[in-house]
Design a protein around this ligand. Structure first.
Ligand code: NZQ
Ligand code: ZN
Length: 390
């Protein structure tokens, strides 16, 4: 049964090859001073920066530059960005990049006028925003996080060895998001597959919880099938527009709050992955791929019926003449084959995790209670140990 819920998503989405044509009209709605946020330089190399700046100039905006947002944006960068935004009296923040750029822009948007330390208020105490928010918009260049149409903003504090995501309310969502699949063609393969696994895992996190008969689970099975199919094409031919556009669209739906409607969710793989990320600064999707199978094999007996359904409905495994456990395990084996086929990182050692970090990573792992088994710290450590591989 579907639980009670309310649903709305305020982000206006423009999708397709000509989607940037809508930027001018969107920018007209906001004031003159625009904080232009981007990453380490990919947008300068592939020409997207020049296109965006030309439109900002056409609109007569004052551009306040805020580049060099790093993957897994840090709290120090957030403080810097707030100062820039305050000094420049920005009316609007335009994020041009991937999840890191988009998350960072959201974090700045709520922190510019925050009287307290934003790390402490939003990330350690999980408090709501009670100050003025600078609106943001996004031109997406990397696919995976869903940040273009949600309220998530993940920030890393290296000193405290913590990577924390706060999912904020609708007032923080981007006002608009521009999605042109062609912009993703220049992504290195490592980032493309990492994003693909991030999408897949966002769906798993919301799927592997509860056993009710609800539409949300059927939607997720469709999204998973689509991402598996398109990823196989995109890995062989990165400029296949159909595959890249399907991947981009699936990423948005995987985490724009729709598929969790009326159901419980897990999110333990993300908690493990974020703790690994806090210690290694590794690429987000790879932290997830490295911990996923040890985690899913561990919880499978507690959610056997759903893992069986996953095997049959997502991986086309026949259940005939097999025990539920055999079918479920075949599903996870099919998933493992697909992950290897893409070339994902399958153990945390490769990401820089060493034995002496295990206690710290265990401590940094938040324990969620929506999955099939609420882990204790010993079990978290066991899964992390298993994730190191041989
Ligand atoms: O920095 P530049 O030079 O732009 O290079 C980036 C970066 O190195 C590169 N890139 C992006 N677009 C490109 C490109 N390279 C060539 N061509 C392009 N078109 O890709 C690298 C990774 O970018 P990043 O933005 O870090 O990747 P992603 O989109 O995976 O974002 C990761 C961050 O999002 C958080 C993660 O924890 C991590 O901090 N997440 C945010 C979520 C949310 N808001 O809901 C949920 C996710 O689970 C996730 O936690
Ligand atoms: Zn993710």
């Amino acid at each position: 049964m579907l639980g009670n819920f309310s649903y709305s998503n305020p982000t206006k989405l423009y999708f397709g090859e000509n989607s940037l044509d809508n930027l001018n009209a969107e920018l007209q709605k906001y004031g003159k001073n625009v904080l232009l946020v981007y990453g380490g330089g990919s947008v300068r190399r592939n020409g997207i920066y020049d296109k965006v700046v030309a439109i900002l100039n056409e609109c007569g905006k004052n551009i306040i530059e805020d580049g060099s947002v790093m993957p897994n944006p840090t709290v120090e960068k957030l403080y810097d960005g707030c100062k820039k935004a305050r000094d420049g009296k920005v009316d609007f923040i335009l994020a041009v990049g991937g999840g890191s750029v988009c998350d960072y822009a959201k974090a700045v948007s709520i922190s510019v006028y925050c009287k307290d330390d934003p790390w402490d208020k939003y990330y350690l105490k999980f408090e709501d925003v009670d100050n003025e928010i600078v609106p943001i918009g996004c031109v997406l260049t990397m696919v995976g996080t869903g940040s273009e149409m949600n309220g998530g903003a993940v920030i890393t504090n290296h000193q405290q060895k913590l990577k924390i995501g706060h999912v904020f309310g609708e007032n923080i969502f981007p006002k608009f998001a521009i999605l042109n699949p062609i912009y993703t063609y220049t992504l290195p393969k490592y980032q493309m597959i990492s994003g693909i696994y991030d999408i897949f895992n966002h769906i798993c996190e919301q799927y592997f919880s509860g056993n009710d008969d609800n539409t949300s689970d059927y939607i997720m099975e469709g999204l998973m099938r689509s991402v598996i199919h398109s990823s196989r094409i995109a890995v062989k031919n990165p400029t296949d527009y159909e595959a890249r556009s399907n991947i981009m669209w699936t990423a948005t739906w995987a985490l724009n709050t729709l598929v969790s409607c009326g159901k419980t969710t897990d999110w333990m793989v993300h908690m493990l992955g974020q703790a690994v990320g806090a210690y290694t600064d590794a690429t987000h999707g790879m932290t997830l791929s490295a911990v996923s199978l040890p985690y899913y094999r561990f919880i499978m007996p507690y959610g056997l019926q759903k893992f069986k359904r996953f095997a049959v409905n997502v991986w086309n495994i026949s259940a005939d003449g097999k025990t539920d456990k055999e079918t479920a395990l075949e599903g996870l084996a099919a998933m493992e084959n697909w992950m290897n086929e893409l070339g994902l990182v399958m153990n945390t050692k490769e990401l820089g995790v060493s034995e002496d970090m295990l206690d710290g990573i265990t401590d940094a792992t938040f324990i969620m209670d929506g999955g099939y088994k609420v882990l204790n710290k010993d079990e978290v450590r066991e899964i992390l140990k298993e994730s190191m591989g041989q």
